[in-house]
Structure formats: structure tokens, C-alpha cells
Ligand binder design. Sequence first.
Ligand code: CA
Ligand code: CA
Length: 510
Amino acid sequence: MGIPIQVATRRRMRAFGQTLCLSLLLTGCVPNGPTPPPSIERLHIDGSADPTRPILLRWDPIDPGWGRIGVVYRVRARSAPHGTPIWEQTGTKPSIQLPAGLVPTGSPLSITVEVGDGSPRTWSHPRSLTVQSGPDLDGDGIEDRLESRITRTFAPQLRFNRRVSGDTSHQNRDEIFFPTSIRTLERWLHSEWVPQVDPDTGKTSYVMNPWGHPFLTFPAHRSRSPFGHFSDDDDRGTTFTGRPGNERASENRYSDLMRAHAPDGHPIAGRSLPGMHIDGIPENLPGDLPSQCTLYTHVYPISKTTHPTGIREERYGVEYWIFYAQDTAGRLNTGRIGLSGLSIRTGGHIGDWEHVSYEIVRESSSSGREIRLDLVRGVYYGHGHAIDTPRSQIRFVPGTQHPRVYISWGKHASYPAPGIWRNEAPFYDDIFHGNGVTIDTWKTQLLDLGERQAIRAPCAWAAFEGRWGQTDLFGLASSPTGPMQKGSWGSLVSQWTYQQWTQQLGIKLD
Ligand SMILES: [Ca+2]
Ligand SMILES: [Ca+2]
């Protein structure tokens, strides 16, 4: 669900407040309070590229106390962008299932949602989005259904660390910071109260969000720019002033991430500005529950050859990207130089993008029938290292094609096998026994990022060229850039062979 549909939002409903409230005054229906009723905040769509399967459209509900008669939503579909309506339905729930077959392959369909109070003249300005179903929406030459099948077939099992007895290392701990979807991050960024994990005890408590909303910081210009959401439409932060029926909205105070303003007043889209980073992420956010884990995926073509036998061989790369809201290294093992009384916390940063990559071989007979789909090698990343691992050294979940990924405590580096790397950095151990929380990611959400030139609309934030977090400790613990900004995007280039990793770096495998 939710992967290969391309969604684009049509924005702006700035005049909504004035129009609707004026209309309400004329009909004698005045909403409570001096401000217009809240609009439908956001549209989300879950669906499949398969036009024979239904698509679920949902949105944030408005305050049910608003309408005097009752809140009604009207959903209309028309051929994009300005075609005549071909389907319409009203309802009281903030979601609707579009009939299978409504979205034709290849042609965009515009869907609008309006809210009313049940009387015919009070429909709000429509909030709209465009959906498109097609064989190759990200334009990489791979049918999107095959991309989706590859990501699910080889989705990894993430194995986190748990403390073991007999090891006095400060990194010998239960994992406390787990994968975080961008949607969850967004929700926390706008929440008044947020969960916070104590890095020493691992206990979670709720604290007041010290920021209240996200913003971008441009250190070189000493300026800040607030934004609302990472993707899609947004006017949640729009403020209204004036008397009812004559409000003025202060526009563009908030926008979505890619329309946030740079110091020169232009949007940041397509620009890499010095030091630009997302600010306002609270410290020590724990992450999603394992069952709600989201991985962001990328499939791209590597090669195509036809053997003399007529067998056609295709090679693909598949990447699994994981965001953690917090990274930590815990405390230094100063006891190793006789200073056990000295407790120094070190090397953590807000925001953490990690990933693993695999090479996939697909063979088809001369008649086009698939006869092989195999994972042939992997590259595991962390701490600036990339370990090239042949299939023979990859540990799979028994009876499946799902590789196991062993994730180091706190820093979240990925390894092909469980173990310990003593003093990976001075007085710091990377510990990755994989004996703790386990996440079977093929059972959770896999969201395709698309390609740089055709980013999937729900992941519009992937175009952001700055850093995901406000940490920059003299470059020692900087928050990272996003997946598409990494040199390893669309590449299987590695630094170490598996043999070098195990024999030259002092790794002790379990
Ligand atoms: Ca494709
Ligand atoms: Ca792709």
C-alpha cells in the first residue's frame, strides 16, 4: 500500500477564510469565535499503481463542533487539471475510498475535497491534489510494480542491540532510539508535548516541546524561516486578523519545507545554502513503535545484458533508508586510561539518516518469463565506512530472501554480522549484537522516494539539500543531509571488503 501512486498537491486556499465566512454571514450562520472555521488540513492518499485496486483518500478532520447542521465533506474527481467532474460523493467521515478503476493508467486525475455545514451554499474553497497511476512514474525505465516487488522481497530485518552481561563498555546498552518516519517527526514538531528518552536511563517521559514548530536556519545570514509541513499543502500556521467576515490572512508565514523562504526571499527548492538546516527538532525523540516502522526505498537500474543462451539479465540496486530523530554515542570509556571517575557524554546528534544497499539480479527467459530474482551482494554503511559483502556472508532470515542488518547501539551503523568493534573511535565501542528489538521491515511501511528528477510527492522533502537537525559540534557530530544528497545515492561503491572489515579493523564477531 501507499507506494507507487504519484500525488501532487494543488496549493493555496488563501482566500478561503474571507469567502467562507462572508458566505456564512449572508446565510445567517456564524461560526463560533472571531476566526473562520478550520480548513481541511491535509490530504493523504494510500494506494497502489494497480488501477484495479481501491485507493484510500483521507484528510485531517475539522472541528466537529463547527457546523450547525453537521460537518459534511464533498469529494469530487475530474480529469486533470480542469476537466468536468466524473465522480462525486459526500460523507461525514474524513476519509473515502475511491472506486477501483477511477484512476486511469497514465492520465492524471484531480481530486478535490471541500467541507460544508450541510447547507448547499457553504462549501469551502476546495483543497485538491492530483493522482496519477502509471507503469513508470519515476521515469527510471523500471516498471514501478517491479520496483515495489523488489523492495518488499529483499526488505531487511533490522536487529537492534541489547545489553549483555560481563561487558563494562558504556555502549553495552539496550537500544533507545528507533526508526522514525518523517510523518511522525512532523507530528512531534507540531506537538505541544513530546516524548523524550533519558539517554542514561532509557526511560521515556513527556516534556513540553521547547520549540513549538519547525523552522530553517541559515547561519551565514543569521536568519530563520518557519515552515509548516515537510510535504503537501499547508496553511495551518496562517494567522487571521480583523473582524469576522473581514479577516486578512497573513500569508506565507508558514509554508511547506520546499517552499520555505531563503534569506533572499525566494523558496529554497533546488538550492544548497551554506549551513542551511532544519531547526526545532526536540532532543532525544524515541522513534516509532517497531510495528509502525517506515523505511524509505530507492530502486535504480545498473545494467541489462542478453546472454548467448537468450537469457536476459538485469541488475538493479535497491537502497533502504532509515531516519532516526536522535543519534547518541553515550559516554566515553575513560576507564581504559584509568579515569573511570570521569564521565563524558559525546558524539550524538539530532537527526540521523542511515542505509543499506543491495545488488539484485533478475533473469528472464527469451519468452520474458522471470526465472530468477536474487540478492547477490550488499553494502553496509556507518561511520563513513562502506562494507562490501558477498551473498555468501550475508545472513538471511531462514527460508527467506530478507537479509539481517545488525545495527550498532546509539550510532545506528549497519553491519552484515553481529559483534563488537572495540575503540571504533577513541574510547568508544560500536556494539551490534542484534540480540534486542527486531523489525521485519517487509511487514511495515516501505515508501519509495522516486528518483532525483521525479521525487514521489509524499516524499517532497527528499529534495531538501540542507541538514536534518540543528547539531553541529565543530563538525564532530553534525546532523546529516538527506538520502538524495548522499554520495552513496544510486551507487554501490564501497570502501572495505567483508574480509578487510573482519580482519583489519579489529572487529570481534559473535
Ligand atoms: Ca520506475
Ligand atoms: Ca526508482
